[in-house]
Design a protein around this ligand. Sequence first.
Ligand code: SGN
Ligand code: CA
Length: 521
Amino acid sequence: MLDKTKKLISLSLAGLSTLPALVACDGGADKAPKKMNILFMMCDDHSYQTISAYDSTFIKTPNIDRIAADGVRFTNSFVANSISGPSRACMLTGKHSLANGFTDNSSSFDGAQQTFPKLLQAAGYETAVIGKWHLTSEPTGFNHWDILIGQGDYYNPTFICNGEKVQREGYATNVTTDLALDWLENGREADKPFCLLLHHKAPHRTWMPDTCDLELFADTEFPMPETFYDNYAGREAAKGQKMSISKDMDIVYDLKLADKDSTIHSRPDLEEWGRRIYNNMNTEQKKAWDAHYDVVIEKFKKAGLKGKELDKWKYQQYMRDYLRVITSVDRNVGRVLDYLEAEGLLENTLIVYTSDQGFYMGEHGWFDKRWMYEESFRTPLLMRLPGGVSGDVAEMVQNIDYAPTFLDLAGVEIPEDIHGTSLLPLLKNEKWEEGRDGIYYHYYEYPDEHAVKRHLGVRTEQYKLIHFYEDNVWELYDLKADKKELNNIYGKPGTEAVTADLKAKLVKLQEQYGEQEFIAK
Ligand code: SGN
Ligand code: CA
C-alpha cells in the first residue's frame, strides 16, 4: 500500500539527498550537547495505511510527513511480534520475545535486564518515557517516567509519574504531548543529551476522538478494501479469528452508540464498557460528545440497517473515528516538531516515528493486528537524522534494530547478545554491512481476545513462510504475485525448492535467536 507517486529508492542507487544541518556530535565551547539527542515517538496501532507519507488514500498527515520529508522512510519495516507489550519489550532490549521474556500481553517485563535506556543512561544520557508503557513492571533505566496505567484512557487519564498516581484532565494525546514538552523545557538536565520515549496510547481501540475533531470526515465515504469479504479459502487459521468488523466490532463499545435511553444493545460486557467509557468524561466533554454522537445515534436508529448495509456503516464509522484520532496525533507531532525547531534542537536530535505494530483498516474484513500478514507485520518507520540522508530505504528492518541504532548513534558499544542491527549506516547512506535476507516473526498470544493462533515464520523479499505450529499448519505466499496474501501455495507443485530454502532460513534464524525449542520436527 505504498504511495505510488513516491518511487522506491534503494540506498545503493543515487538519489538520496543529505540533510544540510549536521551539528558536530563532539560539541564545543558553546556547551552544545556532546551527543545527538534521541526523540523516539511511537503510537499504538498506527497503520502505515493512514500516514500520508506512506499512503494518502485515507488521510493527510502533514506533520508526520515532515519527518519523512527530511528523513528516511523505511518501506520494509517490520515488527517481531505484532502486539503491544511484546513489541515494546523487543524495542527496549533489541531482542526477540523469547529472549527478552515478554512473549504476550499477560507477561511482566523483567526490568533488571539490559535495555537501551539503561545503556544510554550509563553513557551520560538523560532518559525519559512518557505515555503508554504497557509492560506491567515499573520502568527502569529512566531518569523520569510518567506512564499511563495499562492501555490508559483517552479522556482524563491516570498516569503514574515516577511512582505516584496522578489523574490529569484532558485528552490523552494532548496531555501526553504537554508532559513531553514540559519535560523537554523544564524537566531534563539541559547540558546532557536526552533520549525521550514519547509513546501515545492513540489510536488504540476504541478510537475515541478529541472533542475538537468529532465533526471531521462526517461526510466522507471511505472505499472498503477489496478483501473485506475474504472467505479465507486455503487459510485455516484465519477462519477462527475474532477480529471481524462485521462480526466482532461492537456497535456500542467500539462504535459509540451508547444511547441515553438504552435501547441499543450489543454484547453485554462490551455494552457496559461502552457506557462506562462515556461516563468517564467530564460535563464539558460529554456535551461536545453528545452534540456529535446523539445525531449519529438517531440516524442509526432510523436507518434500521442489516447485513451488508450494516457492515458498510460499521466500516465507515470505524474509519471516521480512527482517522479523527490520527488527526489529533498528527497535530501533536506538529507541536513537538515546532518546539524542537524553535529551540534549535532539530539540528542535533534523531527523530523517530513508528507504531508498536501495523493495523487492519478492513483488509480481510478485520480490525486489530497479531498476524504475520503484511498489514500487521509491517509498521511505519520514519527517521530523521541531522546530517543523514533523506529518501526511501527498502532494506528489511525490524523493531529489534532500534536499540542498536540508538546505541550506535550515542557511541555506545552494542552488546553481543542484542539480536538487532544498527540502522545508522542506512541513515547515512553507508553500506549496511550486516544486512538481512530474512525477517523472523513469532506471535504467542492464543487464545486471547481475537483468537489468533500462535505462529512463527520467515519473510524474505519475495516469500513468506508461516507455521501455525500448534496445529502444524503451514502457509506460503509469493508476495510478488500475491500482494494481498490470498493464495496459500504451501505444498503446491513447483514450490518445493523455495519451501526448502525458507525452512532452512527459518531454522538458521531460530538458532540465531535462541528459539531452538520451536524448530519444526
Ligand atoms: C485490548 C483490546 C484488544 C487488543 C488488545 C491488545 N481490547 O485488549 O482489541 O487487541 O488490547 O492491543 S479493548 O476492549 O481493551 O480495547 S495492544 O496493542 O495493546 O497489544
Ligand atoms: Ca498496539
